[in-house]
Design a protein around this ligand. Sequence first.
Ligand code: PRP
Length: 192
Amino acid sequence: MSTTTTHTALEVLFSREQIGRRVAEIGRQIDQDYAGERIVLVGVLKGAAIFLADLARSISVDNTFDFVAVSSYGKGSRTSGAVKLIKDLDNPIEGKNVIIVEDILDTGLTLNFLRSLFEQHQPKSLRIAALLDKPSRRVEKIDADYVGFTIPNQFVIGYGMDFAERYRNLPDICLMPPDEAVGLAAPELPAR
Ligand code: PRP
């Protein structure tokens, strides 16, 4: 079901209410899975910031935040696929229950890289929460433990997700209008 926002006529894929309900469900699931434990939520900047903020407030078990940032080379053209860490964890995760929090699981390159990296730190447990999952785009074999919504290969913006750094603040998850994307795009659209 899709509607349009009143101010920009963007097509809404998931409304703020739908997102809120799903994030609350994931929070309850995490509460059950980690009852009596402590967890570290590691957000992947920048897209995951808003999901992490809401997810953390849906979780009752004791939790702390950390953030990493990565850069992907050849992301548009998929010529390289190399991922590089550009902001490391602030605090050690050895012996901790870690949940990597992502806005979107697309090719899997980013999360595969981070999972391998974090495993070297020997956390007590390591799971992945991704608000959106695009399995049709997968290059690396990786699944999230918690998924908000599974979507086809659509270019989505809002709720943390950008196009050329814009639209992250939209409360709903919207579809990027093809005409606008063409007008603003570099020669090749980014993956999302
Ligand atoms: C997006 C998203 C994930 C990654 C997923 O980040 O936030 O980190 O791409 O794609 P993958 O599964 O193909 O690796 P992006 O590089 O757009 O940066 P941003 O979070 O700052 O928007």
